[in-house]
Write a protein that binds this ligand. Sequence first.
Ligand SMILES: C[S@@+](CC[C@H](N)C(=O)[O-])C[C@H]1O[C@@H](n2cnc3c(N)ncnc32)[C@H](O)[C@@H]1O
Length: 310
Amino acid sequence: MPPSNYINFQRFLAAKKSVDDSSINRHVLHHLAKELANRSYPGQLQVVEVGAGIGTMLERLTGWQILPDVCYQAIDLDPANIKEARRLLPVWSSAMGLEMTETPDGGELFAKDGSRHIAVSFAAMDIYDWIAGQGENKTFDLLIAHAFMDLVDASRALTAMRSVVKKDGLLYLTANFDGITILEPPLDPALDRHILSLYHDSMDKRLVNGRLSGDSKTGRHLFSRLSEQGIGLLAAGSSDWVVFPAAGRYPGDEAYFLQYIISLIETTLKGHASLEAGSFRRWISERRSQIEQGKVVLIVHQLDFLGFVS
Ligand SMILES: C[S@@+](CC[C@H](N)C(=O)[O-])C[C@H]1O[C@@H](n2cnc3c(N)ncnc32)[C@H](O)[C@@H]1O
């Protein structure tokens, strides 16, 4: 198979923003906004986002006026994501009419308007290393993980993550995949089912540094994982991705988003023993043409949670 053109992760994350903007569960989001408004934070609200990608959650929560005065730390393993997040922050801040400044060493960026002061710092690190470096400090009022918990061992990650959150501090865990992917219209229903089922299986078998990392039913499993970690639940609800063309065209860069998902399936399952190579190649190519023609609808079941450290 020739290499796919749809493999730029930072562009995928940027394209994903409009999909996530629509899918984020509004009930859970409003509960977060209410909690933040009802609590008092001496100084600034201290937030950490793990697996922050290119910073779209910070952009969203700032744009939607969910965050008050805030000190926001964005952590991501991939330096290319952090580099892009730093490049984009002044771009979207200025579009929102925020005034930007930077510390002389470039370590921290500040955005402010008449009422809010947003201090942002970035770290390109593995979250476990970053958390280990925090020692016993329970510094954070709010921890955010968006489209992240399904990539890791949720129990291990929650143990680490809750260790940096203050007592009664909040965890906003969003876009947690929950085992259902639908592509419409069907091509070959049996092959569609087989490919998506193998793709889900691959999430359950993913190894990172020799450890199982990921779960295709993270959403539903988080109810018990949170409880096991002494994290009380304040709100939960679905945040399904629903990507569809309107009058034959996808909004924003969502056609790229869909093509990237097809690339993920392609690279994950290429050479799989239980897939006939020719049929799989044709399936990938037909799905790509359907996207080009504005014919594909993608539905992905996900769940959002707001919890607190008890
Ligand atoms: C699906 S992306 C989501 C990114 C971002 N939250 C968003 O939705 O746009 C998951 C992110 O988690 C990061 N990641 C995965 N494992 C990590 C780890 N152990 N430590 C830090 N970041 C990690 C990846 O580099 C990737 O950017």
